[in-house]
Design a protein around this ligand. Structure first.
Ligand SMILES: Nc1nc2c(ncn2[C@@H]2O[C@H](COP(=O)(O)OP(=O)(O)O)[C@@H](O)[C@H]2O)c(=O)[nH]1
Ligand SMILES: [Mg+2]
Length: 453
């Protein structure tokens, strides 16, 4: 793919910085073998663990450990790879890295080993991304899902759909090339049926990818409402620590506070906000302005009120819809039910209203279940894989193309436009696995990796 470029030999410390039992310097590229010869003093056998001294340019022994050599193409990157497993101290590893560099390697950029593996078709793009997601996993669920993507579960499904698209396109293009056929030939054939089936598969894959993206990226949950209803108390409960100051003085929270928690594998970026009310206090005003911005950007709004509030529910709901985009899901939380019996509320959908007492810890499990349900999260099931926003976007666009194509065929009898929409769908899906991805996007993806990976 990249043959015209003279290949560099790249090197980095592959283990985390700090002290550890073992530290690894990884080298990949055409010079790996000669570097091995310089550092170890001999040419290592491929895939053989050599216990040896590691030397610098002056011939000093800087460490001792295991040298491993993987010959191209049978390595992670597909290039010649040398791994030097020494002791995990920052100074030792830095000396080893300097030694490797003095023999002609250069420092690897973040993600460059994985990028090389991708360019040599050792991995596709979703698999390369899954490596980063596995390393960054913050829950067992995320790690498990990342592993499934790494093993190719996601890519396999994309490939299947792309192959079906190719079949359909071949059929349609062939039909277009034989204009003596009846124009309705295509719309009456199995093509419409097959395309609808394909659309179904695509839509269910989109749902899975949305769940996968939830697991890797989580959602932003904003707690909003009037002052003193217990917003900060709820944040503290969810965070499991006294993150926000709680007092009975209205207007205590004047800033936007953020906490990240993992709820059964679902990362929640929880935002506590200043209570919404009219005020002349400049600081509080600014807090309210920021609260409103947070609400606009939220994936889910928890709108809290006090059970003893004199405000009618309808007024509260009207307030809520004024500050929130209509499509953002929300849950109305009525707090402090330890103080008085909650009022019956026929007017609101019971799924979206929940009664709690943060003080007495009542209703909080139900609230958590409600949050998971509202965002469509279920504890990772068999077959779930990790995904990212960009995968979800691409899958969504692909469904749009296929849908539009179907209409072109069924209603407008325009097989050429149908064929074009199928082509666009295929191209979009190819960006997911990296068959067809711009260099800019590749740079963006790999630069978010850690160094040495
Ligand atoms: N009785 C009762 N008091 C609560 C409950 N939750 C919070 N509070 C109290 O209500 C006051 C305001 O709480 P806070 O979390 O600061 O509310 P915020 O202004 O919405 O952030 C504090 O005195 C809390 O101790 C609850 O469930 N029951
Ligand atoms: Mg508060």
């Amino acid at each position: 793919m990249d043959d015209h470029r003279v290949k560099d030999t790249i090197a980095a410390v592959a283990t985390a910085s700090g002290r550890g039992g073992v530290g690894i310097v990884r080298v990949s590229g055409p010079l790996a073998k000669s570097i091995a010869h310089h550092v170890l003093g001999f040419f290592p056998r491929r895939r053989h663990a050599h216990y040896a001294n590691f030397m610098n340019v002056s011939g000093d022994v800087i460490d001792q450990g295991i040298g491993l050599f993987f010959e191209s193409p049978h390595s992670f990157t597909g290039e010649d790879v040398l791994e030097l497993q020494g002791h995990g101290g920052p100074v030792v590893l830095d000396q080893l890295l300097q030694s490797v560099i003095s023999y002609g390697a250069r420092l690897a950029k973040p993600g460059e080993f994985s990028e090389q593996a991708f360019l040599n078709q050792k991995l596709d793009l979703t698999q390369a991304e899954a490596i980063a997601d596995l390393i960054n996993a913050e829950s067992v669920q995320a790690a498990r899902c990342a592993m499934r993507s790494l093993q190719g579960e996601f890519s396999t499904q994309i490939h299947k759909i792309v192959n079906q698209l190719i079949q359909l396109r071949m059929y349609v293009e062939a039909a277009i090339d034989f204009p003596e056929e009846d124009i309705d030939f295509l719309s009456q054939s199995h093509v419409v049926h097959d395309t609808k089936m394909l659309l179904g598969v695509l839509e269910s894959l989109l749902k899975n990818a949305e769940r996968g993206a939830l697991i890797s990226e989580g959602i932003s949950v904003v707690i909003a409402g009037a002052p003193n209803v217990g917003k900060s108390s709820l944040l503290n409960y969810l965070a499991g620590r006294e993150s926000a100051i709680v007092t009975d003085i209205a207007g205590t929270t004047r800033d936007v506070l953020r906490e990240k928690i993992i709820l059964d594998g679902l990362p929640l970026h929880i935002v506590d906000t200043a209570g919404l009310r009219d005020t002349d206090d400049i600081v509080e005003k600014e807090g309210i302005r920021r609260a409103k911005i947070a609400i606009e950007q939220a994936d889910l709004v928890l709108y809290m009120m006090d059970v003893s509030s004199s405000k009618a529910i309808n007024t509260v709901l009207a307030d809520l819809s004024r500050i929130m985009s209509k499509t953002t899901p929300s849950i109305l939380i009525i707090n402090k039910i330890d103080l008085q019996q909650p009022i019956a509320m026929e007017s609101i959908d019971s799924h979206r209203c929940i009664h709690i007492s943060v003080k007495e810890r009542w209703g909080l499990d139900a609230l958590i279940d409600n949050i998971k349900e509202t965002v469509g999260y279920r504890t990772s099931a068999e077959g779930d894989f990790i995904a990212r926003r960009r995968h979800v976007d691409a899958l969504y666009q692909a469904t749009q193309h296929v849908e539009k194509g179907l209409q072109q065929l069924a209603y407008h009898h325009a097989p050429e436009l149908f064929a074009e929409d199928l082509r666009l769908a295929q191209e979009t899906l190819n960006t997911i696995t990296g068959v067809f991805t711009s260099d800019d996007l590749l740079g963006e993806i790999f630069s978010s990796f850690c160094i040495g990976k």
